[in-house]
Design a protein around this ligand. Sequence first.
Ligand code: ATP
Length: 306
Amino acid sequence: MTFAIKVENLCKQYGDHHAVNDISFAVERGTLFAFLGANGAGKSTTIEILCTLLKKSSGNVTINNFKLDVSNHNADIRKSIGVVFQQSLLDDRLTVQENILHRGRTYGLSKTQLAENYQFVSSYLHLEDIEKQKYGTLSGGQKRRADIARALIHRPTILFLDEPTTGLDPQTRQLVWQAIKQLQLETNMTVFLTTHYMEEAAVAHQVLVLKEGKIVAQGTPDALKTKYAYDSMAVVFNNPLDGVKWLEEHAITYTEKQEIYTIRLESTLQALSLLKKAEPLIASFEVIKGTMDDVFLHIMAEEDVA
Ligand code: ATP
């Protein structure tokens, strides 16, 4: 297994405050890594350190085999990564194409290389319809596409995205997200992402959850769902009194809201046997799969930081 990012015992302190408190993790090359946490958990601080924009207090970080803060490796790290922050860095007065080409020149790319790279980013981010437009006149979703294109013009192997779809309407969010996923899959790029949207985290290869500067959960979405979420079944009974009697006779625990009875399942299949037994009593039912939202809420509700 080769790692694009390796973080060991990373700490960042502001006075007495531990914004990042002794975290260690690794990101496998060519994967999508979701970095989650509530507001103030330390996500942006960590990303800024990994991108060489903020000094760590202690710990070791290796990006693309370059060691952070060791000799002149930070410049090599910057050349090998692309970064999209919540605040855009493009110039409102220039067109999208001018902005991106200008950025490419700062990397010292030859004319041919720049043209080739521009073609590449344009095809993934669908820039054809906006490339001649001034950045300042674009919609939120169009700006995001341009921001990502700018971060990719030197063809980095790791892309850092800090909440890339926040503030976009659902349809635009979907389009931007599709472009990120396609890019990651087709070019085998490593994507390190912070997001507040759990459906985005659900398709990541690995998810890490940060709370108050510490790692509180880590694993594949499936493993986290198995540990922190559960499937359930919502049932409406023909006669609620008979239904409750049946549930209590079978020692099935449930919650009730407006005569909808929700039963926690050990697995989705358990719904089948319950339905078979209670069929004559049931007016309607729905089996609800555990989600990454449940995972996140469960982890955040836990008192102790592991
Ligand atoms: P969000 O989801 O809101 O962006 P985050 O997880 O990215 O939050 P950070 O911005 O990394 O969180 O902040 C982590 C903690 O460090 C917070 O408690 C924040 O107040 C604190 N912090 C960040 N920058 C500084 C600073 N320059 N000086 C003092 N404290 C800081």
